[in-house]
Design a binder for this molecule. Structure first.
Ligand SMILES: [Cu+2]
Length: 170
C-alpha cells in the first residue's frame, strides 16, 4: 500500500469513530446534525466539476499513466465515457517526486497557491496521488459528465514546465 493511500485511510477513521460514538453519547440529535453537516462538507470537498472519487468495486477499466523528469505524462491525452469509473495506475519513472491531480484548472490554481504557502503539507485527497521516484500508486475516479477534465503535477514548477494532460469525457 502506498503512503498517500494509508494517510487517506487513517484520516477516514476518526470520522468513523465519531459516527459510531454518536449512538451512545446521549445528545443524539445535535450530534447527528453535526455529523450530517460534517459529512456534507466532506462530500463537497471530494466532489469537483471534474467528477468524484470512484468506488473501487465499480471500476470500469484501468488506464496506465507514466510520469518522468522530462515533465511529461505518458499518455497526456486520455478518453473516457461519462459515468465510467477509471482506475489510474500511475508510475513515477523519474528520479524526483511527481504527482497526478485530476481536476479543473481553477482547482489547480487554488491548490498550487496552497502548496506555495504550505510546501510541507501532505495531501491525501482522492483526486491526487504523489509518488516518490520509482513508486507506483492509483487514483480511482468517476467521470460524470461529458466535457474536458484536466490533470497535472502540481509540484511547484512542474505544471508550468508542461506537466499536464487532458481527459476527454464523451
Ligand atoms: Cu512532476
Amino acid at each position: 500500500m502506498n503512503k498517500s493511500l494509508s494517510i487517506l485511510l487513517l484520516s477516514a477513521f476518526p470520522v468513523l469513530a465519531l459516527a459510531a460514538g454518536n449512538q451512545t453519547d446521549g445528545h443524539g440529535h445535535d450530534m447527528a446534525e453535526m455529523h450530517k453537516n460534517m459529512a456534507g462538507m466532506r462530500q463537497e470537498a471530494n466532489d469537483s466539476a471534474a467528477g468524484k472519487a470512484g468506488d473501487p468495486a465499480k471500476v470500469s477499466r484501468t488506464v496506465g499513466v507514466s510520469m518522468d523528469d522530462t515533465m511529461r505524462f505518458t499518455p497526456n491525452r486520455i478518453s473516457v465515457r461519462a459515468g465510467e469509473t477509471i482506475r489510474f495506475f500511475v508510475k513515477n519513472a523519474g528520479k524526483i517526486p511527481h504527482q497526478m491531480v485530476i481536476g479543473t484548472m481553477d482547482e489547480f490554481k487554488e491548490y498550487a497557491e496552497m502548496m506555495r504557502k504550505m510546501p510541507d503539507m501532505k495531501h491525501a485527497e482522492p483526486n491526487t496521488i504523489t509518488l516518490a521516484a520509482g513508486q507506483r500508486g492509483g487514483i480511482i475516479w468517476q467521470f460524470d459528465k461529458a466535457g474536458e477534465v484536466d490533470f497535472a503535477c502540481l509540484i511547484p514548477g512542474h505544471m508550468e514546465a508542461g506537466m499536464a494532460g487532458k481527459i476527454k469525457v464523451e
